[in-house]
Design a protein around this ligand. Sequence first.
Ligand SMILES: Cc1cc2nc3c(=O)[nH]c(=O)nc-3n(C[C@H](O)[C@H](O)[C@H](O)COP(=O)(O)OP(=O)(O)OC[C@H]3O[C@@H](n4cnc5c(N)ncnc54)[C@H](O)[C@@H]3O)c2cc1C
Length: 381
Amino acid sequence: MINPYHLLNEEQLEIQALVREFCEKYVRPIVKECDEKSYFPMDVYEKICDLGINGMYIPEEFGGLGLDLKTQCIVREEIGKVDPGFSIGVGASSLAFTPVLLAGTDKQKQMYADHILNKGLASYCLTEPDGGSDAAHQRTTAKKVGNEYVINGAKCFITNGPVSTLYTVFASTDKELGAKGVSAFIVERDRKGVSVGKHEDKLGIRSSETSDVIFEDVVVPAENLVGKEGEGFKIAMNTLNRTRPLGNATVVGIMQACIDYSVEYAKQRVVFGKPISKFQAVQFMLADMEMKTIAARQMCWYVAELITNGITDPGIGAATKCFVSDLAQAVTTDAVQILGGYGYSREYPVEKLMRDAKIFQIFEGTNQIQRMTIANAMLKD
Ligand SMILES: Cc1cc2nc3c(=O)[nH]c(=O)nc-3n(C[C@H](O)[C@H](O)[C@H](O)COP(=O)(O)OP(=O)(O)OC[C@H]3O[C@@H](n4cnc5c(N)ncnc54)[C@H](O)[C@@H]3O)c2cc1C
């Protein structure tokens, strides 16, 4: 098969090689332990920061590398091949920073960028216990008192919740207005009243930590409001529309890793006196995995290039998120099938990839919600 990275430019190939080498050296050796013990390897995160990866999405004017979205996808795919959970943990800060990038002041952007460039982590806090899919309906409140806001509420399933020191929090400033009454705030972890609640014991991506984050009478200055009052929901959705390709790229990494393991295994596993790669049933599974991965990668890069060219379309973004994560279920399941009983064993890496892949149908809007978005875009007058 043709090398899928054939048309990448020199800079993209260099970054890809750098990240691949890094992951083999520092991430691969701890993947199993992080999965078993469920923790984010802070020391490895600090090392990847030395390559500038923490600042790859931060514009150069604020001190980052300012890589285009497709190049960021290539980085996330490489990390995803080795440990999707680590990719999500590293990437969560870009999800948290994007609302500020889209709607914040230059002062807010610089403060946030400095925090991330100094190896700090940040979280995007939208989901609440009463139903993540109904994100417009925020129970968390932010009440204006003089020149400050007082925030009260609880967020759940927050990636990096326990390890972040900066949060981007969505809260209702006017419940009567529904989605139009939601606003976005920057909240520092060390403010009085901020606490981390229950840590989730998850099925997959266990090297990213997920928890509740609670806000009890947390006072922030009015200058921590991002954009204007009432713009928060729009900012939250625009953020997801822009950052989804990066999650998709991580899934493509999972799919490619499954292919690599399966091809290698099928060539060396001998049953009925010959390698299982000689059986057409196995070949067809490999072929299906390859087709799906080629399609997934191209969709992901296409959306990334659209966004880089200023076209952010919720319909195509949702279609890509949904299709790629659905394809990943099939590819990871086939990988387990090709490895047979060993595929089901924790001694081999593919059962973990299958567990890791599942979340991509759930977070950043479930695939049911994505299908609603696609249909709405199709049926709009
Ligand atoms: C590991 C992990 C990390 C996460 N990280 C973050 C994070 O960093 N920040 C953040 O804010 N959130 C995060 N989330 C939350 C995630 O985005 C939500 O879990 C997701 O949006 C779904 O919300 P819910 O879990 O409340 O499910 P629910 O909204 O309760 O949905 C349950 C089921 O009902 C279906 N459903 C709901 N409404 C409809 C409808 N109208 N039509 C058809 N079907 C419907 C859903 O598709 C789903 O199958 C994370 C979640 C996980 C598990």
